[in-house]
Design a protein around this ligand. Structure first.
Ligand code: RTP
Ligand code: MG
Length: 142
């Protein structure tokens, strides 16, 4: 499996809980590396564009409202099989269904306030990394 990059977001509920560092530590413990990082308070337009694939879904308005409710931390993670490894660490979308020891089991409150985002495919990772970061903001280890 090739070296991959994936986009991670620490969502507003986790930032409000003051667990940015705990979540990043859990990511780093898997061996994935943070190669880009910034804090943002998303505008409605930014959140709608990011989640455009869901715009016809009934939960879209609530999703955008939640994602703009406070600051987030957006990061690029790099490593072997990074997309699947980050999704495994995150756990299921609904924290009630998330396996023990996953980030959503430990930090998420509900299907809406579910602590973290991770790209779900190589196509989405490529789009999502470019959505938030220019090439010169990504700093892989040499
Ligand atoms: P994410 O994109 O945020 O990493 O989450 P995900 O892949 O696990 O789930 P996805 O299907 O992409 O949905 C995006 C976000 O929308 C909310 N959602 N609500 N009420 C519902 O049935 C429902 N389904 C999804 C969740 O907050 C999910 O993270
Ligand atoms: Mg998704």
């Amino acid at each position: 499996m090739a070296n991959e990059r994936t986009l991670s977001i620490i969502k507003p509920d986790a930032v409000t809980k003051n667990v940015i560092g705990e979540i990043v530590a859990r990511i780093e413990k898997t061996g994935l590396q943070v190669v880009a990082s910034k804090m943002l308070h998303l505008s409605r337009e930014q959140a709608e564009g990011f989640y455009a694939e869901h715009k016809e879904r009934p939960f879209f308005a609530d999703l955008v409202k939640f994602m703009t409710s406070g600051p987030v931390v957006v990061q690029v993670l790099e490593g072997e099989n990074a997309i699947a490894r980050n999704r495994e660490l995150m756990g299921a979308t609904n924290p009630k269904e998330a396996a023990a020891g996953t980030l959503r089991a430990d930090y998420a409150e509900s299907i809406d306030a579910n602590a973290v985002h991770g790209s779900d495919s190589s196509a989405s990772a490529e789009r999502e990394v470019a959505y938030f970061f220019s090439a010169d903001e990504i700093c892989p280890r040499t």
